[in-house]
Write a protein that binds this ligand. Structure first.
Ligand code: JHZ
Ligand code: SAH
Ligand code: ZN
Length: 412
């Protein structure tokens, strides 16, 4: 049964919002399951809204955080080598450009997962604390000696951290700020946690890229929000903090890194104003743009399902490649089934041997891909294209073909 617990007011500014689009009933994106679990599988109506007042794009309906982030969480950050390098660069940027002038600095990261970023602070002997509610991924970090607490960050936890460790010089986060519905409590918590001259640096998928490339697969249960500089500026201005710099990133199909400080504490860089202007040019502050986005999503769905049906009508085989969270939206919104995909190959041990959320497509160890190449492979992990192509060169050499849907549906 599809559960409804819909909000009617914006999570950020509390103004009235209305959904402009539904992606239909959706399961938990990382809810890989066994056959015995089918009867209790959770679905919610995945509807999205744009708040015309604070400019925040958001889900109006989603599972509770504990249903998604717990001791069975299936996403381990360390599965991508290139993301490992990305987070080393992120950590060194914070250390070299902000912490070098501070005596005995203290860094807090939320959503620290398996320690992919925090380990670079730990290895340099920097005082650090990770906040990670999913116990299984947190354990991987703790086993490496990275200080981690298994909790959800919010204002009351921030107060507790300050009383035990003092205020932080840097607050860092990646791909987690957009995951938290009670975002105002998070920002209030950061305000309490951060020293007067401290720095906030976080990154998340950028709605500008999602809109331009129609990568609607960034919309799933975990992503309560897709940010823009406009919406982030509104969010932090509410609590006397401001965006002082923006740094576009290629990761996850296009992300934005926001640098934020207490109001007046640090100079605002020109790039912030440039990006705000660019967002107005793209129409990201106008409801009409979101209506166009809906039409584009529907077109992409028609194109992808049409291509898969066409290939199957010729008797050819197709497998999925990389059981990403994003693939749950593509599969369930487009109506992709086990009639289309034989299986999905993936590197994550706890996903292997299970079935995909909703459509119940088998997840198979990627090492078996080469033993049984399909005619076509649908690249769900397009954001890891470089890494995947490098290890799967043989597939093409043996006559296999990749199907992508970013930035358009096509055979590569
Ligand atoms: P990947 C997750 O999204 C969830 P997902 C979360 N909500 C988020 O925002 C981002 O991460 C940060 C597989 N894979 O990174 C392993 C291969 O099979 O796009 C994983 O199952 N071969 C927190 O899940 C999946 O892809 C490979 O070579 O969309 C991870 O997908 C590589 C590199 C990955 O994140
Ligand atoms: N930063 C890593 C992990 C992102 S996955 C990366 O970019 O690869 C998102 C993580 O945020 C999950 O491990 C999840 O358990 C955690 N999370 C979700 N809500 C949180 C909250 N309120 N406080 C801290 N972490 C949270
Ligand atoms: Zn709002």
């Amino acid at each position: 049964m599809t559960k409804k617990n819909k909000i009617t007011n914006c999570w950020v500014c509390k103004n009235n919002i209305n959904a402009f689009m539904s992606f239909g009933p959706m399961p938990i994106a990382n809810g890989f399951l066994t056959q015995e679990q089918f009867k209790n599988e959770y679905f919610f109506e995945m509807e999205v809204a744009f708040c015309d007042h604070c400019k925040m794009f958001q889900l109006v309906n989603q599972p509770k955080p504990e249903q998604m982030f717990n001791e069975n969480y299936a996403f381990f950050s360390g599965t991508s080598k290139l993301m490992g390098l990305h987070f080393k660069e992120f950590a060194n940027h914070v250390i070299n450009d902000y912490l070098n002038v501070v005596k005995n600095p203290f860094v807090v990261e939320i959503g620290s997962n398996d320690g992919i970023m925090l380990k670079h602070f730990a290895q340099q002997g920097i005082r650090h604390l990770g906040i990670e509610p999913s116990a299984n991924v947190a354990k991987v970090a703790m086993d490496q000696g990275i200080n981690t607490i298994v909790e959800f960050f919010d204002k009351s936890l921030a107060e507790k951290i300050v009383s035990e460790h003092g205020q932080a010089d840097a607050y860092v986060a990646a791909n987690v700020m957009c995951h938290i519905p009670y975002i105002n409590s998070i920002v209030e918590g950061i305000k309490v946690l951060l020293k007067q001259d401290g720095i906030i640096m976080f990154e998340d998928p950028y709605f500008g890229n999602v809109m331009q490339k129609t990568t609607y697969d960034q919309i799933y249960d975990e992503h309560t929000f897709l940010f823009t500089v406009h919406s982030i500026q509104y969010l932090f201005n509410q609590f006397d903090m401001e965006v002082i710099d923006v740094e576009p990133q290629k990761s996850h199909g296009g992300s934005m890194r926001y640098v934020i400080a207490h109001k007046g504490a640090k100079p605002v860089q020109a790039d912030v104003y440039k990006q705000l202007e660019h967002e107005r040019e793209l129409g990201l502050t106008e409801s009409a743009t979101y209506e166009k986005f809906r039409v584009n999503c529907e077109q992409y769905r028609t194109n992808l399902l049409g291509l898969l049906n066409d290939i199957k009508s010729k008797g050819k085989s197709i497998s999925g490649y990389a059981a990403t969270s994003k693939s749950t939206t593509i599969i369930n919104y487009c109506g992709i089934t086990t009639d289309h995909l034989d299986c999905i190959y993936d590197t994550t041990p706890i996903k292997q041997g299970k079935l995909s959320p909703g459509a119940h497509i088998p997840i198979v160890d990627y090492a078996k891909f080469k033993d049984n190449y399909p005619d076509y492979a649908l690249l769900f992990g397009y954001n890891h294209e470089k890494e995947i192509m490098a290890k799967e060169q043989n597939f093409i050499q043996q006559g296999g073909m990749w199907i992508t849907y970013v930035p358009e549906v096509k055979i590569i």
